[in-house]
Ligand binder design. Structure first.
Ligand code: ADP
Ligand code: MG
Length: 365
């Protein structure tokens, strides 16, 4: 990381146990000022625990958290320059939108005139003017979400923490709110740390993402880096769709390595280190890097396998095919969306799947 860039949050070797469960295991990461940073991982990977540690709602067993260079150790939640938007919004049901947002400022003893200005400003920012006198129960899910965000923004924290912020919304509203969250974040210039188990959401929202599994950071990078250069099978599988083959690297020269999976003819892979020859490995292939055809397009370089079409899925913008590649090996590939009923593949049909050697990603097992 470029040391000239301002760091907002530094997490150093953070560890937290819940009883026997090691929820967060020596987690270290750095978040830059004004960055939209996401922590992405499956359920139970320690995301919420990490967020609660940053907020000061939990105490770490080990490690430290710095915000703007200052240790948060021993500071209660209300003295940290951090605000959380909770998954269930946690709005006060008996308070109006206005009073929900003003509540924190009143507790801090901010002058009424300043409260009025600040609440008015954030209501504009989250596009809720005219709803100030409503109760939370009189708002839609998306509007409640905006109130929760406004309540965090009004304190002008250095960092806003969001725990699965869009989890309660339906698909369409979710997509609209994703775009809005990004706009609001860019507008206010606040650092966001967002926790989610939705990989597409993390890719869409984030400047950078930390992929977490079993309390540990597996990889940190931009969405492009995680998708195109995953450093582990876990990241390759969790970020984006992937097709998998297990096997062995049996030979290699300066152009290609040869990958052998039981019951499947040898495959070419480029971009691989010579040390892997003789090693057990896993090949991962993205669906968009494969093509299906009726005629064999096999040549010396391109990989090509005869496959059986198992299932056909019509998804509107594209066709997906479940194909049988070898014994007990099923892949999902995309079909040409132009294929009309007459030309698309049918279950039970034979076809050929092909891909270029540079698209096979290989990982030691
Ligand atoms: P995530 O948000 O990624 O789903 P959490 O941080 O909530 O994960 O949980 C991480 C692990 O810690 C899980 O195994 C979970 O069951 C466990 N855990 C979380 N909170 C508690 C708690 N209060 N008591 C005991 N175990 C907990
Ligand atoms: Mg959680």
């Amino acid at each position: 990381m470029n040391p000239e860039e301002n760091l907002c949050v530094q997490i150093l070797e953070l560890t937290k146990r819940h009883g026997d469960t090691l929820a967060v295991d020596r987690l270290s990461l750095e978040v830059k000022e004004n960055e939209f940073f996401s922590i992405l991982g499956p359920s139970g990977s320690g995301k919420t625990t990490t967020l609660r540690l940053i907020a000061g709602l939990l105490q770490p067993d080990h490690g430290d958290i710095l915000v703007n260079g200052q240790s948060m150790s021993g500071l209660p939640p209300n003295q940290r320059p951090v605000n959380t938007v909770f998954q269930d919004y946690a709005l006060f049901p008996h308070l109006t939108v206005w009073n929900n947002i003003a509540f924190g400022l009143r507790m801090q003893g901010v002058a009424s005139i300043d409260i009025a200005t600040r609440v008015g400003d954030v209501l504009d920012m989250v596009k809720l003017p005219g709803k100030a006198d409503r109760l939370p129960s009189e708002l839609s899910g998306g509007e409640q979400q905006r109130v929760a965000l406004a309540r965090a923004l009004v304190n002008r924290p250095a960092v806003i923490l969001l725990d699965e912020p869009l989890g309660a919304l339906d698909q369409q509203l979710r997509q609209a709110m994703q775009r809005e969250l990004k706009v609001i974040q860019a507008q206010v210039g606040v650092t966001f740390i967002c926790v989610t188990h939705h990989q597409s959401e993390a890719l869409l929202l984030s400047d950078r993402i930390a992929v977490m599994n079993e309390g540990r950071v597996m990889q940190i990078g931009t969405p492009e880096e995680l998708y195109a250069q995953p450093q582990s099978v876990f990241v390759a599988k969790f970020v984006g769709q992937s097709n998998v083959l297990e096997g062995e690297v049996v030979a290699g020269d300066d152009r290609f390595s040869v990958f052998q999976s039981p019951g499947i003819k040898p495959l070419h892979i480029s971009r691989m280190s010579q040390e892997m020859v003789g090693a057990r490995a896993m090949m991962i292939l993205r669906p968009e890097h494969t093509a299906l055809s009726r005629e064999s397009q096999c040549d010396d370089i391109e990989n090509c396998l005869e496959v059986l079409i198992e299932q056909v899925f019509y998804l509107g913008e594209e066709m997906q095919y479940a194909i049988n590649v070898g014994p007990q090996i099923s892949w999902t590939v995309r079909g040409d969306p132009q294929h009309d009923r007459a030309t698309r593949f049918s279950p039970g049909e034979k076809a050929f799947v092909h891909w270029k050697p540079e698209h096979g990603m290989i990982f030691p097992q």
